[in-house]
Design a protein around this ligand. Structure first.
Ligand code: KMH
Ligand code: ZN
Length: 271
């Protein structure tokens, strides 16, 4: 089996310090968290920016500050979010692409998201894919429900995405595909050829989805964006604490852990 690629999504856009006081918010705290996760075996960091009040922002300057501080510490692969937060304008969401990170997220469909709607109409998906292609940014196609894989295949057919195709299967969002093993198998079986994938399960689905992904030869995403608990009723102390557990389980299951440079080669990232 290929080495396990660990992605950490350390803060997301929706979680607050009230939910978990250990949530990293400032560029400095996020950079330190990225470094701690890197030291434990993380190769990709999925970034969302927050403003000085802790609210989500897509301000390129804030992303730039975070990225600069992370790069001073380690060579982890930077993946910025183009999802941002519910309700953001499309212009706002796309703006940090100008920083030309190695990777960016690209959700390939609209989905209910708790009480809100994560809005991704075909024109937006296509224009984000085109922009990433022009800038040499590798998209991670984020899949919240199975129909989004069909939309991704359309982008591939239109040659807007180059192989290998990187998918992030995000399961258990209220409104999206449930985080069950059966649903994970269905998603994986639906992926096109030349695909690589990671899976994450929101909340209590975190461990079953991670362990199954490791067993299937896929990869994992974890972090406070998806899950703020270490176990039922116990908040995680840090993102790195979640990484340490997954690395321990993966090693027990016979998977080596990929380094950022190994991932650059596997995903054929432009450096
Ligand atoms: N915050 C969610 C509405 C992404 O990063 O691309 C969307 C999200 C996806 O987090
Ligand atoms: Zn995100």
């Amino acid at each position: 089996m290929k080495p396990l690629i660990i992605t950490v999504a350390p803060n997301g856009a929706e979680v607050t310090k009230k939910d978990n006081p250990n949530l990293p918010i400032t560029p400095e705290d996020i950079a330190e968290e990225a470094y701690n996760c890197y030291k434990e075996g993380t190769s990709i960091i999925h970034l969302h920016a927050r403003d000085e009040n802790g609210n989500p922002t897509q301000d390129p300057e804030t992303y730039n500050e975070m990225i600069k501080l992370i790069k001073q510490r380690c060579n982890i692969i930077i993946q910025i979010s183009t999802g941002g937060a519910i309700g953001m304008s499309t212009e706002e969401r796309r703006s940090p692409l100008e920083l030309k990170p190695e990777m960016a997220s690209l959700t390939t469909g609209t989905v209910n998201f708790g009480d809100g709607v994560f809005y991704n109409p075909p024109t937006l998906i296509k224009s984000l894919a085109q922009e990433m292609k022009n800038l040499g940014i590798k998209p991670e196609m984020e899949i919240f429900d199975v129909g989004m894989i069909a939309n991704a295949k359309k982008l591939i057919k239109e040659e807007l995405i180059n192989p290998p195709f990187q998918f992030g299967l995000i399961m258990g969002v209220p409104g999206g595909i449930p985080g069950t093993i059966k649903d994970l198998l269905h998603l994986v079986e639906s992926l096109p050829e030349k695909s690589m994938w990671s899976a994450t399960g929101i909340g209590k689905t975190h461990i079953p989805i991670s362990v199954t992904a490791i067993a299937l030869g896929g990869n994992v995403r974890l972090g406070f964006e998806d899950n703020i608990y270490y176990e039922k009723g116990v908040l995680a102390e840090s993102n790195a604490q979640l990484v340490i557990r997954i690395v321990r389980i993966a090693k027990e299951m016979g998977r080596k852990i990929a380094t950022p440079d190994e991932v650059r080669e596997l995903l054929r990232l432009k450096i």
